[in-house]
Design a protein around this ligand. Structure first.
Ligand code: GTP
Length: 362
C-alpha cells in the first residue's frame, strides 16, 4: 500500500517561521514532524511514500536529510506558481499511485499516533470510495465536520461550519484512504479542494465513510497548536527520557534537550522547554513553555516564556520574550529588548528597540 503526504501548502498561519521551513519540517520535540510521520508509516507496514510538494518544499525537505525509516520516497511537484490545493496534488501524482489498490493520504501538518491499518480495514469493509479518519474535538468550527450513521456512512460533510452550527464534533483528521476511482472526481491541472469539492460530492453519492480514531492526534497549523503539540508529546516522552546535561543550572521537568547544548549558571530551564541541537544559553536565563530551534544563542539574564524561537536566532542580554512571540530564523534580538505578547519577528531581522504592542516586525 502507498501513502501520499500533502506537504506543499504555504503554512500562512505559522508565518513568519514558515517563510524558511515548510510546516512538515517543524520540529516536534526535536524531531521534524515528517520524520515522525515516516516512522508511523513504517510501523503500519507501508513501504512507499509520495511527497506532494512544491519546488521550495522539495528543496527544504531534501536538505534536511530525514531518516527514511526504510520507506521508498518519491516526490510529486506542483507546477511552478500553481498550488493545486488539497486534492489537485493527488490527481497530479496519479501515475505514481497504484491504480488497482486503495491508498492512504495524509496531511503533512498532522501529528498522529494512529493505526492506519485500522482505517484501511474499515475502508475495505464498506463500499466506500473514500474513508476519512474522524477525530472528536471540542471546537469543530475550524475543521471539516462529518455527520455519520451508525455504520459510518457520511451523511453530510461541512467544511468550517460557523461556530455553534456544526452537526457533530467529529472532524476530518487529515488522514484518508481513497480508492483509485476517486481520481476521476478530481479535475486535472487546477487547484481542487478535497474538503470543499470532492468530499461533499462523494457524501452526496453515499460513497464517503468515516472511521472514528482514538489516540494522540494534533494539528500543528497555528502557533498555539504547534506549542501545544510539543507539550503533549513532551509529556508522553518525559516518562522515558533522561536529561543528559549537568551543571549549576536548574531543570524543571518536563524538558527536552538535544545534543550539544550548553547552559550557564543559575539558569532555570522548564517546565515545558524544548531546546534544539547546539542551543547555547547564558547565565541566569529563564526559559519555560517554549520551543527553541537548533543553533539559537540566548544571552545572560534573558526570559523566554510561551514563545517559539527559530533556528540560529540570537537573543542578547536581559531581553524579555513574552507569551505568543515568534522569532523567525536568524533574527537578532539585541540586549535589553522586550517583545510584547504575540509579537512576530521576520527572518534575519535585527530588533534593537522595545516593542510594547503585538505586531509583526518586518
Ligand atoms: P495555512 O496557509 O496556514 O492554512 O496552511 P496550508 O495551506 O499549508 O495547510 P492546510 O491545513 O490548508 O492544508 C492541509 C495540508 O495540505 C497541509 O499539509 C499542506 O501542506 C497541504 N497543502 C495545502 N495546499 C497545498 C497545495 O497547493 N499543494 C500541495 N502539494 N499541498 C498542499
Amino acid at each position: 500500500m502507498k501513502a501520499l503526504i500533502l506537504a506543499g501548502g504555504f503554512g500562512t498561519r505559522l508565518r513568519p517561521l514558515s517563510c524558511t521551513r515548510p510546516k512538515t519540517l517543524f520540529p516536534i520535540v526535536n524531531k521534524p514532524l515528517l520524520q515522525w510521520i515516516f516512522e508511523q508509516l513504517a510501523r503500519s507496514d507501508i513501504k512507499d511514500a509520495i511527497l506532494a510538494v512544491n519546488m521550495q518544499t522539495e528543496f527544504y525537505i531534501k536538505k534536511q536529510r530525514i531518516p527514511k525509516s526504510g520507506l521508498r520516497i518519491r516526490y510529486s511537484i506542483d507546477p511552478p506558481k500553481t498550488p493545486l490545493g488539497t486534492a489537485g496534488p493527488i490527481k497530479k501524482a496519479e501515475k505514481l499511485l497504484d491504480n488497482a489498490e486503495p491508498f492512504l493520504v495524509l496531511n503533512g501538518d498532522i501529528f498522529a499516533y494512529v493505526n492506519y491499518e485500522e482505517i484501511v480495514a474499515k475502508h475495505r469493509e464498506t463500499n466506500a470510495l473514500a474513508t476519512i479518519a474522524l477525530c472528536e474535538v471540542e471546537d469543530p468550527s475550524r475543521y471539516g465536520v462529518a455527520e455519520i450513521t451508525k455504520e459510518g456512512l457520511v451523511k453530510r460533510f461541512v467544511e468550517k461550519p460557523a461556530k455553534g452550527t456544526a452537526p457533530t464534533n467529529l472532524i476530518n483528521a487529515g488522514i484518508y484512504v481513497l480508492s483509485p476511482e476517486v481520481l476521476s472526481y478530481i479535475p486535472k491541472g487546477r487547484a481542487v479542494s478535497m474538503e470543499r469539492e470532492v468530499f461533499p460530492k462523494l457524501a452526496g453519492e453515499g460513497k464517503l465513510y468515516g472511521h472514528v480514531i482514538s489516540g494522540v492526534w494534533k494539528d500543528i497549523g497555528n502557533p498555539e497548536e504547534y506549542l501545544q503539540t510539543n507539550k503533549i508529546i513532551l509529556d508522553t516522552l518525559a516518562k522515558t527520557q533522561k536529561v543528559c546535561a549537568a551543571g549549576k543550572f536548574e531543570i524543571r521537568q518536563p524538558v527536552a534537550l538535544d545534543k550539544g547544548i550548553s547552559i550557564g549558571e543559575n539558569s532555570v530551564i522548564g517546565p515545558y522547554a524544548i531546546l534544539g541541537k547546539n542551543v547555547t544559553v547564558g547565565k541566569n536565563v529563564q526559559i519555560r513553555d517554549s520551543v527553541i530551534f537548533p543553533d539559537a544563542q540566548i544571552d545572560d539574564y534573558t526570559m523566554i516564556e510561551g514563545a517559539i524561537i527559530g533556528e540560529a536566532v540570537t537573543i542578547g542580554k536581559k531581553a524579555k520574550i513574552s507569551i505568543g512571540c515568534i522569532v523567525a530564523d536568524q533574527a537578532k534580538i539585541k540586549d535589553g529588548v522586550s517583545l510584547a505578547e504575540g509579537t512576530a519577528v521576520c527572518p534575519a531581522k535585527e530588533v534593537s528597540e522595545n516593542h510594547l504592542r503585538a505586531n509583526i516586525i518586518f
